[in-house]
Design a protein around this ligand. Structure first.
Ligand SMILES: [Zn+2]
Length: 572
């Protein structure tokens, strides 16, 4: 009803529409946009919230057992999504003419009660570290037993960032050694220096491990402090316990035998052995003149690991583009289908259904695929739809896709990702954090303006939420990529309602068995996101130039590398 009313207003003419817009918000959920194929508007209008509902309901049934990677629920979810792609008429884009891309995972599980660590310095008695309360660690090499006895070198923030003229690794040989680092990045209010208060990828703990591994380190330990990490030790402790499904290493890929954390207290013990303390090193690390500090202390460790091979699958489908040349380029849509499977019971329920997280995003993905496939006139570039696995294990399925894309990343125009949507109806705002860093930004703003949707800025740039969902795996590899999320300003709801339901979900249902489907859910917000996304994507799929990251962005070098590979490939 709401939408029809708006069509009438728009039909009354530009002048009338302008007048009305000046007086009250006018939303046209499916506006006419320059550069969109004529049928795209109809496709956006055909987005059906009841189809989204049907997908969410099915994917979050107890029958699918929480969709844990490598389980029966995994197979059922993947087959369901592939079947939907087939019914909608999409082409298979997986291996051997199927809709599936196999994702080999190696799940490692540190055997905690048999793991031993001690600190050793010349002349002193070894100091034992208690696993769990002082140190945690896991293996990234897929070996059943890791051993170490090697010197520890403090390398500050562990950052090498030529664009900021910053190198914590200057003049150090880390081969076979242990890097000790702090998490986060040098503090600054200058937006031109590590983006000021916003967290860049250099500040994330995953980066610390990757960079040190590139320098040949055998082990990396991060000294935890609550201010630098942004969360307490118990968060580290719990995410380092249990099984960790990792991507199987490619031949020659550097990896750490030990990737872990020290508590602040354990860090103090270690530093005391070399005449330093934590606060002093936190200070020293903030200087551009910082040089790595060999601590004269060895860490001795023995860590047995339980290993389980898991085979899971991404589900991949495609709608080829209509332009003979541009069809070799694509827009890529992603949403993770996996959730946490069966786990510890809460109130007698052990199935982690993951209805919001992320049956909702998968449902949007499938509905977008159906709408795109029904376009009578296809956009010039191709569209690829990827339901990825093992997001909850650390973006593993999307990382695998980035390593094994259907079309080369240098020819991937854009990635739009969908992860976890509140089922409470349409909002007057959306979040598209990261979009402002790409050349797609003008299109995003234009679609938002015409739909009369506000773009809500990231409320907590210092938390680096951008680095925590699947689009990041593609951004990291250079593809302009971001998630589209609903905002918090709900239509027809009182102020504060959005914040209230968000907090309630986070507290009571996020990653819990109670994240279940309910018949009274309102799928209007997901309809809105799908309409918003398809208009951005069809516009990008039709435009002349390939999008990229803005000048100076941390992902631009990767984009330029993949572009050069493409140019090199074409010359052959
Ligand atoms: Zn999740």
């Amino acid at each position: 009803m709401y939408r029809k009313g708006m069509f009438v207003i728009m039909a009354a003419g530009i002048l009338a529409a302008t007048l009305v817009r000046a007086q009250q918000p006018v939303a046209d959920p499916v506006p006419e946009i320059a550069g969109l194929p004529p049928a795209a508007r109809a496709a956006a209008a055909s987005i059906d919230p009841e189809k989204i509902r049907a997908h969410v309901r099915f994917l979050s049934l107890d029958l699918l057992e929480g969709r844990g990677p490598g389980t029966r629920g995994d197979a059922l979810a993947a087959e369901y999504i592939a079947t939907q792609f087939a019914l909608a008429g999409l082409e298979p884009a997986g291996e051997n003419g199927t809709y599936f891309q196999r994702v080999p995972l190696v799940a490692v599980h540190t055997i905690e009660d048999k793991t031993k660590f001690s600190l050793v310095s010349a002349g002193g008695a070894p100091i034992n570290l208690a696993y769990g309360t002082e140190i945690v660690s896991k293996d990234q090499t897929g070996q059943p037993n890791a051993e170490i006895d090697a010197p520890i070198v403090f390398v500050g923030y562990g950052i090498r960032a030529p664009e900021y003229n910053w190198d914590d690794y200057a003049g150090v040989d880390l081969k076979g050694k242990i890097a000790l680092v702090i998490v986060n990045e040098p503090p600054s209010d200058d937006v031109k220096f590590f983006k000021g208060n916003a967290l860049t990828y250099y500040g994330r703990w995953t980066y610390k491990y990757e960079e040190a591994a590139r320098h040949g380190a055998k082990a990396v330990f991060i000294i935890h402090t609550t201010p630098t990490a942004g969360y307490g030790w118990e968060v580290v402790r719990s995410s380092w316990s249990g099984e960790d499904p990792q991507l199987k290493l490619a031949p020659g890929q550097p990896a750490l035998a030990f990737a872990g954390w020290f508590t602040r207290d354990a860090g103090e013990k270690l530093l005391a052995m070399s005449g330093h303390h934590v606060d002093e090193l936190l200070q020293v690390a903030n200087s551009r003149d910082f040089k790595p500090i060999p601590l004269g202390v060895h860490l001795r460790g023995n860590m047995p690991t339980k290993i389980r091979q898991i085979e899971s699958r991404n589900v991949v489908a495609m709608v080829p583009g209509s332009d003979a040349k541009l069809k070799s380029e694509a827009v890529v849509f992603t949403a993770h289908w996996d959730h946490l499977g069966i786990g510890p019971a809460v109130n007698g329920d052990s199935i982690y259904n993951g209805a919001v997280d992320n049956a909702t995003g998968c449902a949007i993905l499938m509905e977008l695929a159906r709408a795109w496939a029904t376009l009578p006139e296809k956009p010039r570039r191709s569209a690829i739809f990827v339901a990825v696995t093992a997001e909850e294990a650390g973006l593993r399925g999307s990382e695998y896709y980035a390593d094994h894309p259907v079309l080369p990343l240098g020819k991937t125009a854009l990635n739009l990702n969908f992860d976890a949507f509140p089922p409470f109806g349409r909002t007057k705002d959306v979040e598209v954090t990261g979009a402002e860093r790409t050349t797609v930004w003008a299109t995003v703003q234009e679609v938002a303006r015409r739909m009369n949707i506000a773009i809500k800025p990231d409320a907590h740039p210092e938390q680096g939420l951008f680095y925590r969902s699947d689009h990041f795996a593609l951004a990291h590899a250079g593809v302009p990529a971001f998630s589209i999320d609903l905002g918090t300003d709900y239509e027809g709801k009182p102020p504060g309602y959005g914040e209230k339901v968000f907090e309630e979900y986070n507290e009571k249902h996020y990653h819990q068995p109670s994240d279940e489907y309910h018949d009274d859910w309102d799928f209007g917000g997901m309809e809105e996101v799908a309409q918003f996304a398809i208009q951005i994507a069809t516009t990008v799929a039709n435009q002349e130039t390939l999008p990229t990251w803005n000048a100076g962005d941390e992902f631009l070098p990767a984009r330029e590398r993949s572009g050069r590979q493409e140019a090199g490939g074409r010359r052959q």
